[in-house]
Design a protein around this ligand. Structure first.
Ligand code: TXA
Ligand code: MG
Length: 308
């Protein structure tokens, strides 16, 4: 079943039922090495999922739950290995969306749920996006309207101290630091000390995307689309066949909320290429830029040879 959260729509299954979780992996065409986040509806339910909570994790959940923060902590036996891809830690979050929490409560179990998109593609922020990706493959979509945050949860790991930011997301780094002090940020392309799901290419439209325009994309006849953080200069407009502005007032939170829907819109227009302008480096800006970088990633021939 697909359901709304404040970040993106999720595709949910009973987190304690390995067969139900396996069905999520196959519907998403997701490799088994990429673990799922377990969703809970109240603080008591965390005992079913997490074996223990490091003090800094506890401080963060006090500050940000329910909300777009995921913590990666030692797992309980009740959570089958398929959920965590065999890791001893589990990712947990309590969503801010009240429909999501009510669903989990009614289910009387914790709910494992990835974003409700096919693996590697654009995340869904509307019920219609889930329908587009899965059609009749999902038995039910709970329509909670547009997601209010629009980018996935921020993920923090606690196997090291300071804690490690495994994914930029719906809680700004400044706010996390205010609660726990310093954090570690692995480099963009690092898989060391990072989450197994940090693929370099992710959130990708079918149309080639170039994070940040440059003169070499000024080829005559190319139908270009622009995904602009804020309104572009009028003089620049004529070179684009389509334009989506993420925030009229240049606000990173508003831009995050519009990001995936705007990307899907441009992707449906038969463009040759989509170029973007970066978000600023504060608030949810880094979460937006991280997604644009991953969505635009293409392997060079050399990298391809190395990875095979
Ligand atoms: O906002 C969100 O987090 C959304 C909504 C539906 O809650 N969910 C979401 O799930 O974004 P998904 O599966 O698309 O991304 C989960 C990320 C992956 O990068 C995965 O590798 C990481 O969380 N993850 C899950 N369990 C982990 C674990 N035990 N250790 C490290 N990383 C983990
Ligand atoms: Mg996802």
């Amino acid at each position: 079943m697909a359901f709304p959260t404040e970040t993106v729509y999720g595709l949910g299954a009973d987190a304690c039922n390995a067969a139900a979780v396996a069905a999520i992996f196959s519907a998403k065409q997701r490799p088994r090495f990429d673990p799922l986040i377990v969703h809970i509806h109240d603080f008591v339910q965390i005992e079913l999922v997490a074996h223990s909570l490091p003090p800094k994790a506890y401080k963060l959940i006090e500050a940000f739950w329910p909300g777009p923060l995921t913590i990666v902590v030692p797992k309980q036996k009740a959570i089958p290995d398929i959920v965590t891809s065999g890791l001893p830690q589990v990712a947990v979050r309590m969503p801010g969306n009240s429909i999501a929490r009510e669903l989990i409560k009614q289910a009387q179990t914790a709910v494992a749920a990835p974003s409700a998109n096919k693996f590697g593609h654009i995340s869904p922020t509307r019920a219609a996006h889930v329908q587009e990706s899965f059609g009749s493959e999902v038995d039910m979509i709970l329509d909670g309207g547009p997601c209010t945050v629009g980018v996935e949860s921020t993920i923090l790991g606690f196997t090291a101290d300071p804690p490690v930011v495994l994914r930029f997301g719906g809680i700004a780094l400044e706010d996390i630091k205010r609660v726990v002090g310093e954090v570690q940020i692995p480099p963009h392309n690092s898989r060391v000390n990072a989450s197994p799901g940090r693929q370099l290419r992710h959130y990708a439209p079918l149309t080639p995307l170039i994070a940040y325009d440059s003169p070499c994309h000024q080829q005559a006849g190319l139908r270009k689309g622009l995904l602009a953080f804020c309104p572009p200069q009028p003089a620049a407009l004529q070179q684009y066949a389509a334009i989506e502005v993420l925030s009229e007032r240049g606000d990173p939170a508003e831009a995050a909320c519009n990001l995936f829907a705007a990307l899907r819109k441009l992707d449906s227009k038969g463009l040759d290429v989509i170029v973007t302008t970066p978000a600023p480096d504060y608030g949810l800006g880094p979460a937006i830029n991280d997604r644009l970088n991953r969505a635009s990633y293409t392997q060079t021939a050399q990298q391809k040879a190395r990875s095979t």
